[in-house]
Design a protein around this ligand. Structure first.
Ligand SMILES: [Zn+2]
Length: 102
């Protein structure tokens, strides 16, 4: 394998790297690059520190009401889906009973 220093930097992929969104090969590539590249290693440390920095500001920290809102939205959406499914069931059952009667 070619492991020269002219491989391009992986700073842009670091977010995906941290979120585990990369394939094994890509993950390994970045890991080996990080081991030999001071610049990208530094970038990774910055990224890892970021959530804590944001939390320190207090603004980004998810609030209770935010969770409630998200929960309400999810509930609303799934209720609507459930209602639609219930309707489909009703129609289906009516169809079946009609067929059975006939
Ligand atoms: Zn690099």
């Amino acid at each position: 394998m070619n492991k020269k220093n002219n491989t391009k930097h992986v700073e842009k992929e670091l977010t995906l790297f941290l979120e585990g969104e990369l394939s094994d090969a890509e993950h390994q590539h970045i890991q080996s690059h990080l081991a030999s590249c001071e610049r990208c290693g530094q970038a990774l440390r910055e990224l890892e520190r970021l959530p804590r920095v944001l939390q320190a500001f207090g603004e980004i920290e998810p609030s209770e009401t935010m969770f409630d809102e998200i929960e309400a939205q999810i509930a609303q959406r799934s209720q609507r889906r459930f209602a639609r499914r219930k309707l489909a069931w009703k129609i289906g059952l009516q169809f079946v009973s009609v067929v059975l009667i006939v």
